[in-house]
Write a protein that binds this ligand. Structure first.
Ligand SMILES: Cc1cc2nc3c(=O)[nH]c(=O)nc-3n(C[C@H](O)[C@H](O)[C@H](O)COP(=O)(O)OP(=O)(O)OC[C@H]3O[C@@H](n4cnc5c(N)ncnc54)[C@H](O)[C@@H]3O)c2cc1C
Length: 303
């Protein structure tokens, strides 16, 4: 307890700090127990320093972007959660931008379209930060981050901050080196992206089409996006539907009627009920088709 108080004191200089902060207020799913220590940082320097101090104290660490791709357990997260709000954007030349990893991905994409810069129109409906977008190589409608990412600045307490070229990050479908064990300790501090000349009017109408498409295919209830990656042979929703789980509920968690790869929070769902539905879908799909569904959403903390 004493060492936790000391850690909190050491972290105070880097941002606002709270104890036992309910994670359900920091996730798009609206689910999740308390974070033992919750620190909000607003610069990438403070993000790096806070990671270093947490590591020196041997405390558990979780980096939070916008919480749009996580399910946090009902018993919460022990150690330190760093809420990354470092959002500075620097224009290097007409098409070239350096952006801190806590910047909003879809908001930036919309802004670039309005400025007549092409390359990110497909991203306007993807919630989250640039940091999260690198981890998952966020993508939609045929586009993905790797199309525009030049390089990313990664930080770890052992190697400090190092710029990696996009090719070295192995950005593939909803995957990157940041999901592999040897890179799991790395945090994205900044990204550099390269856009192209475009026409604002046609980009804005392209954005409107993507917005319309999302509104007509995705549920309105709170959710963390697609639960599973789509296998190469067929979409995950088809498999979940085929095993009779579309619309299935457990407590106040539900597999959406509109899109069976979306698991939604109908009111005050508990993480343990979401986990039950997820494990049941995995089991039924495996038993029926011999296929292993791979989770896109990250399950974090104690359930
Ligand atoms: C309604 C809805 C629709 C969605 N549609 C799409 C879609 O079309 N395409 C798509 O690709 N995704 C989609 N998603 C999923 C989600 O938006 C993306 O995966 C997004 O990139 C996650 O970013 P985040 O900042 O919210 O990450 P979080 O959920 O906060 O974190 C997710 C993981 O990334 C790690 N992380 C976050 N920031 C960093 C960082 N700076 N450095 C290292 N690790 C970090 C976290 O530790 C955690 O493990 C959707 C989600 C929702 C809710």
């Amino acid at each position: 307890m004493k060492s936790r108080d000391q850690l909190k004191k050491n972290l105070e200089q880097f941002g606002e700090i709270r104890s036992d902060e309910p994670m359900k207020t920091h996730t798009t799913f609206g689910i999740g127990g308390p974070a033992e220590i919750f620190l909000t940082v607003r610069t990438s320097n403070n993000l790096a320093e806070a990671i270093r101090i947490t590591s020196e104290a041997n405390a558990d660490l979780f980096i939070l972007g916008s919480g749009s791709n996580i399910v946090v357990g009902d018993k919460g997260i022990s150690g330190v959660v760093i809420d990354n709000r470092a959002k500075k954007l620097k224009q290097i030349d007409k098409f070239h931008f350096q952006i801190e990893s806590g910047a909003n991905f879809s908001g930036t994409a919309r802004r670039m379209c309005r400025f007549g810069l092409a390359g990110l129109a497909w991203a306007v409906g993807i919630p989250g930060t640039f940091g999260g977008a690198v981890v998952y190589n966020a993508g939609a409608y045929g586009g993905c981050l790797s199309d525009v990412l030049v390089r990313a600045n990664l930080f770890s307490p052992t190697s400090g901050s190092v710029w990696f070229d996009s090719e070295d990050l192995q950005l593939t479908y909803r995957n990157s080196v940041l999901q592999n064990n040897q890179f799991k300790q790395q945090t994205v501090l900044e990204v550099e992206i390269m856009l192209q000349e475009g026409d604002a009017t046609s980009l804005i109408s392209e954005v409107a089409k993507y917005d319309e498409r999302r509104l007509s295919t995705q549920p309105r209830e709170r959710n963390p996006g697609s639960m599973f990656r789509n296998p190469s042979t067929q979409p995950a929703w088809k498999l979940i539907e085929a095993v009779g789980m579309r619309g299935m509920t457990k407590g106040e968690a539900k597999i959406s009627e509109e899109h069976a790869n979306f698991f939604v929070n109908t009111q005050q769902a508990q993480a343990k009920d979401v986990l039950w539905l997820v494990e049941e879908a995995e089991k039924r799909v495996y038993d029926t088709f011999g296929m292993k569904l791979i989770r896109e959403v990250n399950f974090v903390g104690k359930f």
